[in-house]
Design a protein around this ligand. Structure first.
Ligand SMILES: [Zn+2]
Length: 480
């Protein structure tokens, strides 16, 4: 098997001295100006093209590098452009060309998804224009935790630089940096790197587990070592979701379009372009909402990585059912079901990624009928099993079943059969579960508890205050 490379994105908080931060703001502002300036020019060109059908105009307006090629000329007329490094400057133009192309393709129905309109003027105050350095090592240099960014050379042709400190550089260790983007959100700078990772060769499969994803827990698994594992769902997520809903509804009761703000032209006079400014309360709640959503994303990410790493530490193959629970049923439960659905989708994504990085295997199996079928004698309930039934006795062979365990058993048998791995279990019959475990992912790692022999014995450990389960973001660096 050959080694393959995979690209991934690493996003790290970065800190600058106040003055350097202001200089970077200025860089971003100039890129934003260039974008708007080229957009104004593009509008003129578009109208001219409609009139004259000049292919030369089309070449500027509708090719990937058409607008970018105008930048050197603009530098002569607008000397302040020289104070920005050529990479982010060039990328402002490329970004606009890409937006125009998206609009063209959307108009011709060549593009899927949301309709892309003609690009709009950007307000720097509303969103910080990111600085993209798309060539490795050009315009940025990383030494330990220090990241040095080159600014333009200016009129005196002296090189100018600023240096920031990354919160951590370990997620970048052993990876090849392809490009770097500086962004600023809610007054915090982030360094976003696209990196290449060389993946290890795949290891032989000796131990495997089949997981049944579901509502009650994150997943229930049965392995080839005669053990079962119930992985607890993240209970803290429910509280965070409630808080997010609460803030969102508060925000939506405030005025979003409260004040009309006119944009200024580069000469400083008001032009006929404007945007709506939300009320202060709306903006404040919106900021809080964004912070909570980010917290949710980060905490679920850590949770899923913790569980996935624990699984691949123990198993060479992790298989999971392909069925995703749908949101049918009561509408009040709908949202929760959908949240759970996306959690399972993200879980699969994380499992696949951790498997690739550790040279192990991840796969999905066809889950159809695994719940309603007895894994011992293949007896099938014709109308399925009501979700409230957690344990049942097979009317045909009298085997007592724990609902989720039986599903996972069926999954395991399917995986062993499909991948021709039956030799992993003696006798090639169903695995009999001798030990049951409950896993609870905590910030310190996964807590493993012995589980009673019956299904209803599972409760989250009592001594844990659910509010206290907050994942430490720094631990993420160990995962990347
Ligand atoms: Zn049976």
């Amino acid at each position: 098997m050959s080694r393959t490379a995979q690209s991934m994105v690493v996003r790290l908080p970065i800190y600058f001295l106040e003055l350097d931060g202001q200089r970077l703001d200025q860089q971003s502002r100039i890129c934003n100006w260039l974008y708007n300036h080229l957009l104004e020019k593009s509008l003129e060109l578009k109208n001219k093209y409609i009139e004259m059908q000049d292919p030369e105009i089309a070449r500027v307006l509708y090719t990937e590098r058409g607008l970018r090629n105008l930048v050197p000329g603009l530098k002569k007329d607008h000397l302040f452009l020289k104070t920005v490094h050529s990479s982010p400057l060039k990328n402002s133009a490329l970004r606009l060309s890409a937006a125009i192309k998206a609009h063209q393709q959307s108009r011709k129905k060549l593009r899927k998804g949301k309709k892309a309109g003609w690009p709009r003027f950007r307000s720097w105050k509303r969103s910080w224009f990111s600085l993209l350095f798309d060539e490795p090592g050009k315009g940025f240099r990383l030494e330990g935790q220090n990241l040095t960014i080159s600014l333009g050379s200016g009129l005196d042709r002296k090189e100018r630089k600023v240096t920031g400190v990354l919160q951590s550089s370990s997620p970048l260790k052993g990876k090849e940096i392809r490009n770097f983007r500086l962004v600023k959100q809610l007054e915090q700078f982030f360094a976003v790197f696209t990196v290449h990772v060389i993946l290890p060769e795949q290891k032989e499969i000796k131990r495997l587990i089949a997981l049944d994803p579901n509502h009650k827990n994150l997943a229930y698994g049965v392995d080839t070592e005669n053990e079962s594992v119930e992985i607890a769902a993240p209970s803290w997520l429910k509280k965070l979701d409630q808080r997010i809903d609460e803030i969102a509804s508060k925000r939506d009761r405030c005025k979003r379009q409260s004040q009309k703000v006119h944009l200024e032209s580069n000469k400083g006079d008001t032009v006929d372009k404007y945007y709506w400014k939300p009320s202060r309360r709306w903006a404040k709640l919106d900021e809080l909402l964004e912070k909570l959503r980010r917290k949710r994303r980060e905490q679920t990410k850590t949770f899923l990585y913790t569980v996935s790493q624990k699984l691949f530490k123990r198993y060479d193959l992790v298989a999971i059912g392909d069925y995703t629970p749908d949101g049918s049923g009561l509408s009040t439960k709908m949202r929760r079901a959908m949240n759970n659905q996306s959690l399972i989708a993200r879980f699969k994504h994380t499992l696949s990624w951790v498997a690739q990085k550790s040279g192990k295997t991840f796969c999905e199996f066809d889950e159809k009928g695994t719940t309603r079928t007895c894994h011992q004698c293949a007896f099938t309930w014709p109308d399925g099993l009501c979700p409230s039934i957690r344990t049942w006795t097979c009317p045909s062979c009298q085997t007592e079943h724990i609902r989720d365990e039986n599903s996972a058993q069926n999954g395991l048998q399917r995986v062993l059969r499909d991948l021709k791995l039956e030799n992993l279990v003696p006798g090639s019959g169903p695995v009999s579960v001798m030990k049951r475990w409950a896993w609870c992912a905590l910030p310190r790692g996964v807590q493993v508890l012995p589980q009673g022999q019956s299904s209803d014995s599972f409760t989250a450990p009592r001594n844990l205050n659910e509010d206290m389960i907050v994942f430490d973001q720094n631990r993420l660096s160990n995962f990347a």
